[in-house]
Design a protein around this ligand. Structure first.
Ligand code: GDP
Ligand code: MG
Length: 178
């Protein structure tokens, strides 16, 4: 097999949601395989790169964009959203207010970036801290259907559950838009 058959894709993925829901923890767990109770909220935007050998001929580089210190405003600038092809929208299963904020984040996303053909970028909903609280499946199924999420996962950055599955789901939807 010649090298030229291999394709390498770079995808910009946003990780958004309210302060303290676990965005940074999810990224650290997924990319660096670590978890800590204490991540300093560095101000600005942070990047992490996750390289996936997707299949025999495809390497995917996921550029994960974390936000820090700007969550309180509930929206981000267009520059941050530019050329994103997918998003993980995170809430904290133990705090209802962070679930209420999910639609605000989804609206911000949809109003500031679309794919080339004008369709919304795929977004996966993460009910994080699943080690502390459970969600109602039928409720979240309906919520995702009604609000344009491609799927949802109960995740725990602490216990390392479902993060890879959620990312996999997002990548499959990103690829279907290629
Ligand atoms: P961010 O502000 O959205 O980036 O949230 P952080 O990643 O800084 O996490 C906020 C707090 O929640 C930290 O103390 C984390 O250790 C904790 N945390 C994050 N994910 C989980 C999780 O899955 N389970 C539990 N129990 N705590 C978590
Ligand atoms: Mg953070």
């Amino acid at each position: 097999q010649s090298v030229s058959n291999c394709r390498e894709l770079l995808f910009k993925v946003l990780v958004i949601g309210d302060l303290g829901v676990g965005k940074t923890s999810i990224i650290k767990r997924y990319v660096h395989h670590i978890f800590s109770q204490h991540y300093r909220a560095t101000i600005g935007v942070d990047f992490a790169l996750k390289v996936l050998q997707w299949d025999r001929d495809t390497v995917i580089r996921l550029q994960l964009w974390d936000i820090a210190g700007q969550e309180r405003y509930g929206n981000m600038t267009r520059v941050y959203y530019r050329e994103a092809v997918g998003a993980l929208v995170v809430f904290d299963s133990t705090r209802a207010s962070t679930f209420d904020a999910v639609l605000k984040w989804k609206d911000d996303l949809d109003s500031k970036v679309t794919l080339n053909h004008g369709r919304p970028v795929p977004a996966v909903l993460l009910a994080n801290k699943a080690d502390q609280a459970a969600c109602t499946q039928t409720r979240l199924d309906a919520f995702c259907r009604d609000n344009g999420f491609v799927g949802w996962f109960q995740t725990s950055a602490k216990e390392n559950s479902n993060i890879e599955e959620a990312a996999h789901c997002l990548v499959e939807h990103i690829l279907s838009n290629e």
